[in-house]
Ligand binder design. Structure first.
Ligand code: NDP
Ligand code: 2IT
Length: 444
């Protein structure tokens, strides 16, 4: 058995009941096989892979809070500090009822390689809670955030661990979390990113993940003599990542015809009117269904099946494993040429292999959605320097970072004789920097 297979089997045996974590590890280890083979003795001697798949620390805690009816509620809170070889732990917080240790470990593990690809000095971490912000009042969200931070603040700091947003955590939640950190620790520092612009936030952080996804799509297209102009696209989800991916696609001349939320999807053959989506989702925190009532010529369909709509470009920007083999087959049959992951691990392994074997250019999330965390690292720099860059400056840096990520991924795939295999390219390019730092720092 190869070293990577041995370590994978060990991960499955030692981490029972964590299918998402197993899946993320499998994808990475399968890609790394070709790298490990060239120097297997050294990697084995240093137990590099065993160390890589074991988080440095998992913090899990109780989050008690009082709802608007006066009832005491209790949620689970977590922070996974996965790998600090190249910088302080960095990664988002997810608030969603599905959150558990497996999901946060997969996200923290992915974050190690993603953060490495940005070229910036940030390690991998992730956290969150099974709290559901949907339908809660602002006061309830504040009470929850304050309780969550009362415990979390013991373990984080501007130079140790810097959380940010993810599903269910946006500007409102980051504001409440920041206020409570400052109050307890007495420190006004860049301990969170995605902050409001009046208290240390960076311009373009809100747009960064979605814009970055489209910047890298543009690079893939350019490398194949193509462009977004005139293309038909589907963007799944209708949250932070999805909204700004749509905005940038429209700026580059593509037409987005479908989006969704967890209840169903809308189809607008004339092109999605983003101002309506922003009003429903960012202002009213409503359901996407309302779009069909407001925009003539559009339709709403309850449930799954957004991939049945014909498109050239498919950007999954909602959640893990949303695109499975059945969806992948329909996309390919309908002539889709590009799948670029805005979400983390939105495509199952089977669906990933299927689209890649059928000529689709596929960019994995750890490369494609790295613009968010990269801009978070730019926010950290601005906080440390006590300055703020203009929107143009941040956007230009983001654009350059996404171009560089594409180059690194493309070059690594070619170096291992697998041109256009961006899964292998991203995993290898991300791994190389982390492993170099791990070796240099000795057994730790
Ligand atoms: P948001 O909470 O803003 O939006 C999430 C969107 O996905 C919503 O439309 C939501 O629908 C939908 N969704 C969430 N869970 C499910 C589910 N179980 N089934 C179906 N739809 C679902 O989150 P973000 O836009 O920030 O995050 C989206 C993805 O992008 C996640 O995978 C996240 O990890 C990833 N990501 C985010 C970054 C960021 O900077 N925010 C950076 C890099 C990656 P509904 O409202 O109905 O729940
Ligand atoms: O998955 C991710 O990269 C994020 N949710 C963003 C993390 C960050 O620290 O900005």
């Amino acid at each position: 058995m190869s070293y990577t297979e041995e370590v994978y089997e060990r991960v499955v045996a030692q981490n029972p009941g964590e299918p998402e974590f197993h899946q993320a590890v499998k994808e990475v280890l399968d890609s790394l096989k070709v790298v490990i083979e060239r120097n297997e003795e050294e990697y084995r001697r240093l137990s590099i892979l065993e160390r890589l798949v074991e988080p440095e620390r998992i913090i899990s805690f109780r989050v008690p809070w009082v709802d608007d009816k006066g009832v005491v509620q209790v949620n689970k809170g977590y922070r996974i500090q996965f790998n600090s070889a190249i910088g302080p732990y960095k990664g988002g917080l997810r608030f969603h009822p599905s959150v558990n240790q497996s999901i946060l470990k997969f996200l923290g593990f992915e974050q190690i390689f993603k953060n490495s690809l940005t070229g910036l000095p940030i390690g991998g971490g992730k956290g969150g809670s099974n709290f559901d912000p949907k339908g809660k009042s602002d006061r309830e969200v504040m009470a929850f955030c304050q309780s969550f931070m009362t415990e979390l603040c013991k373990y984080i700091g501007a130079d140790t661990d810097v959380p940010a947003g993810d599903i269910g955590v946006g500007g409102r939640e980051i504001g409440y979390l920041f206020g409570q950190y400052k109050r307890i620790r007495g420190l006004y520092e860049g301990v969170l990113t995605g902050k409001g612009l009046t208290f240390g936030g960076s311009l373009v952080r809100t747009q960064a993940t979605g814009y970055g996804v489209v910047y890298i799509l543009n690079e893939i297209m350019k490398a194949h003599g193509d462009s977004p102009e005139g293309k038909t696209a589907i963007v799944t989800g209708s949250g932070n990542v999805a909204i700004y991916a749509v905005e940038k696609l429209h700026q580059l001349g593509a037409k987005v015809v479908a989006m969704c939320d967890s209840n169903g999807f809308i189809h607008d053959p004339n092109g999605i009117k983003l101002e309506v989506i922003k009003d429903i989702k960012e202002v009213k925190r409503g359901r996407i269904k309302e779009y069909a009532d407001r925009v003539e010529g559009s339709t709403y369909t309850e449930g799954l099946g957004i991939w049945n709509i014909k498109c050239d470009v498919f950007l999954p920007c909602a959640t893990q494993n949303e695109l499975d083999i059945d969806g992948a087959k329909v996309l390919v049959a309908n002539g889709c040429k590009y799948v670029v992951e805005g979400a983390n691990m939105p495509t199952t392994l089977e669906a990933t292999n299927y689209v890649m074997e059928n000529g689709v250019l596929f960019m994995p999330g750890k490369a494609a959605n790295a613009g968010g965390v990269a801009t978070s690292a730019l926010e950290m720099s601005q906080n440390s320097m006590r300055i703020s860059w203009s929107a143009e400056e941040v956007d230009e840096k983001l654009h350059t970072i996404m171009r560089d990520i594409f180059k690194k991924v493309d070059e690594a795939a070619k170096r291992y004789d697998m041109p256009d295999n961006y899964v292998v390219g991203a995993n290898i390019a991300g791994f190389e920097k982390v492993v170099d730092a791990m070796k240099a720092q000795g057994i730790c």
